[in-house]
Ligand binder design. Structure first.
Ligand SMILES: Cc1cc2nc3c(=O)[nH]c(=O)nc-3n(C[C@H](O)[C@H](O)[C@H](O)COP(=O)(O)OP(=O)(O)OC[C@H]3O[C@@H](n4cnc5c(N)ncnc54)[C@H](O)[C@@H]3O)c2cc1C
Length: 246
């Protein structure tokens, strides 16, 4: 049993019990983490990880929360947020050293905790880069449902194909359960409408997997991390699994 006093003694950043995670995810839904910590230094992070490991408490790093679905019941473990203690970025000549708390597309690496990454971005004219960034954002806003909470692509692209195309071909755009809906704009996005729950999103995920497998024989694997769900949250799929959820 890990005591909160012990956690306080090794972490100078914010510590919270039963911390709501919904506002820390782009889906804006889901329940609380039992323990929430914001380590301020690498030494604190290492001490926390040791404590959680020794105490058999599941833990994971939450970055920008743009690739996770947190269950409505929350996460029975510790959520570690690096945004506060690790948000520095330095530029030395052509090399950018970005801490894990810097909001970059971090690729959601699994296994080890990523503390920083080093990049050598191409040099260019700042005005043309700003224009390019604006163009890319406009393009993204036209092709992705940015007006609604979402977590980007829900499924990985299967080998040799596109998840969005398969979902669209199965006529699932606009398919809805509760407040969760397959986006009309991009079939690999699920959006949360008013009062959407994590259970609604999961139900749509299961339905889409069932239909795509039944009609196209392709197993879609989630791209997003399911956080705080039981191991059997993803329903088994078989050739007659269409409509198993709906
Ligand atoms: C509108 C929208 C568009 C998107 N478009 C793209 C896209 O074009 N391409 C793309 O690849 N993704 C895309 N995504 C998905 C997502 O933004 C990326 O996968 C992003 O890199 C996830 O980073 P995060 O910090 O939000 O991770 P989180 O959602 O916070 O975490 C995701 C996983 O990474 C782990 N993790 C987070 N930080 C660390 C760390 N420091 N060390 C170890 N593990 C860590 C977490 O434990 C979790 O397992 C999009 C998302 C949205 C909402």
């Amino acid at each position: 049993m890990i005591s909160i006093e012990h956690i306080r003694s090794i972490c100078s950043g914010r510590i919270a019990i039963s911390e709501p995670l919904a506002r820390m995810t782009t889906f804006r839904l889901g329940g609380p983490a039992d323990i929430y910590v914001e380590p301020a230094t690498t030494a604190e992070l290492i001490a926390l990880v040791r404590t959680f490991r020794d105490g058999d408490l599941p833990f994971l790093v939450l970055g920008n929360g743009s690739n996770v679905l947190v269950s409505d019941d929350g996460f029975r473990g510790a959520a570690i947020n690096l945004e506060h203690g690790f948000a520095r970025a330095t530029v030395d000549d052509d090399v950018v050293d970005a801490g894990a708390g810097v909001r970059l597309s971090s690729s959601g690496l699994k296994g080890d905790i990523v503390l920083s990454a080093r990049f050598t971005p191409p040099r260019g004219d700042i005005e043309s880069m700003k224009r390019r960034r604006k163009d890319l954002l406009l393009k993204r806003n036209a092709s992705q449902p940015t007006a609604f909470p979402n977590a980007g692509s829900i499924f990985k692209n299967p080998e040799g194909g596109y998840a969005a195309m398969l979902i669209q071909e199965c006529g699932l755009k606009g398919f809805r359960i509760g407040g969760a809906e397959v986006s009309e704009l991009h079939a690999n996005f699920i959006i949360g409408r008013d009062n959407a729950t994590a259970a609604d999103i999961l139900a749509v995920i299961n339905h889409v997997r069932g239909v795509v497998f039944s009609r196209r024989g392709v197993v879609l694997e989630p791209e997003i991390l399911l956080m705080g769900f039981p191991d059997n949250a993803l329903l088994p799929i078989s050739s007659d699994s269409e409509g198993v959820v709906a």
